[in-house]
Design a protein around this ligand. Structure first.
Ligand SMILES: *Cc1c(COP(=O)(O)O)cnc(C)c1O
Length: 367
């Protein structure tokens, strides 16, 4: 039995007929930029997340970037301001900060949720104006504590919710905790398009309007432009697919949680450290990450047994060649995670037999 880490064709196969119908309607609409498909999705996704507004963008990276640019237009951020973010976040989070002319201030990860360790922030210097929280792997984790911290320090709170569509804590969904949140609908994500797509959610009407303008060249109306904008509009064809898939997101997240619960109960191997999970929490398991000591050996074992895997992520952003001026930094917890993490298959297309097989193979592993 071969179990791929993630087979996107399999994930989208159940939608084939519905996607074809949506495409036919789209073709017949004659509107191929923005339009009703985009605004329908924006309305539905804002309602889903529990925010007043959603603005569709070209991808998740642009969603983050446009949030920063909009705050610059509004005078709430200025070039050179510091932005706190997890040292172990995905590179996109860091690049969006840098390319918006802001300064990333990396914070060490904690060992439970692998999110920002509040005890390691210390007293941020006065240039720090915002905190970006990445809901890594699909878990909101310490969001309430981080949110309280941002409030106390009077920082803008921005969520990178690209791995946490539908995650809930105390009835509040990812995307509704921050002043603004960025989502990616990259095909592998819990809510995935068939190409690039992204969105910003917020309940700040002026921010939403600014981002609506910035994503469309800084346009005010057909002939007038009020800011130096970008071109990053949500593609209406992708919005059609997303409108279809949003209906199933909760069911798919429940299926992810079911599989995760089985892994957590049934994988019992002292060589494999399982992720922390509070069973009452709304973790949506974008990925299921285990920690092992000898990763190359473990990866070879999975491979021999036909089980796909991935690494999220092997090299922390501040150690990347592209970020040379940060390479001298050192965060031991982040680096320990980077060295030992392995993502095993977890997605709504897995059958019960495949889940059984993953459990059996992992339980039979010897380091
Ligand atoms: C996927 C992802 C992004 C970027 O998304 P794109 O749509 O590829 O630009 C940003 N941040 C995180 C945490 C992600 O997982």
């Amino acid at each position: 039995m071969n179990i791929p880490f993630l087979d996107l064709k399999q994930i989208n196969a159940p939608y084939e007929q519905r996607f074809k119908k949506r495409f036919e309607d789209f073709l017949g609409s004659g509107t191929y930029i923005l339009g009703e498909a985009v605004s329908d999705f924006e309305t539905a996704f804002a309602r889903y997340c529990g925010t007043d507004f959603c603005v569709g963008t070209g991808n998740g990276f642009d969603a983050l970037r446009l949030i920063f640019e909009a705050y610059k237009v509004k005078g709430k951020l200025a070039s050179g301001d510091g932005v706190l973010l997890a040292a172990n976040s995905y590179i996109a989070t860091v690049l969006a900060v840098i390319q918006a002319g802001l300064k990333p201030v990396f914070v060490e990860a904690e060992t439970q949720f692998f999110n920002i360790d509040l005890d390691k922030i210390g007293e941020p210097d006065t240039s720090v104006k915002a905190l970006v929280v990445t809901h890594l792997y699909g878990q909101l984790g310490p969001i309430e504590a981080l949110s309280a911290y941002a409030k106390k320090q009077q920082l803008l709170l921005i969520e990178d919710a690209s791995q946490a569509h539908g995650a809930v804590v105390n009835g509040k969904r990812a995307g509704s905790f921050g002043d603004a949140a960025a989502f990616s609908f990259y095909p592998t994500k819990n809510l995935g398009a068939l190409g690039d797509a992204g969105a910003v959610t917020t309940s700040d009407e002026r921010l939403a309007k600014t981002i609506q303008s910035l994503r469309n060249y800084g346009r005010k109306d057909a002939q007038h432009y009020t800011s130096l904008g970008f071109n990053s509009r949500l593609d209406p064809l992708q919005a059609c697919f997303l409108n279809e898939k949003l209906n199933d997101l909760d069911a798919q997240n429940n299926r992810r949680r079911q599989i995760a619960s089985r892994y957590l109960k049934e994988i019992q191997n002292p060589e494999i450290r399982l992720p922390f999970f509070d069973f009452s929490s709304g973790h949506v398991f974008y990925v299921f990450v285990v920690l092992v000591n000898n990763r190359p050996h473990f990866l070879a074992y999975l491979n021999q047994n036909g089980i796909g895997s991935a690494i999220h992520y092997e090299v922390p952003p501040y150690k990347q060649e592209a970020l040379k001026s940060f390479n001298h930094l050192s965060f031991p917890v982040t680096e320990a995670i980077a060295k030992s993490c392995v993502s095993i298959p977890l997605n709504p297309a897995l059958t019960e037999a495949e889940v059984n097989r993953v459990i059996t193979v992992l339980n039979a592993y010897h380091a």
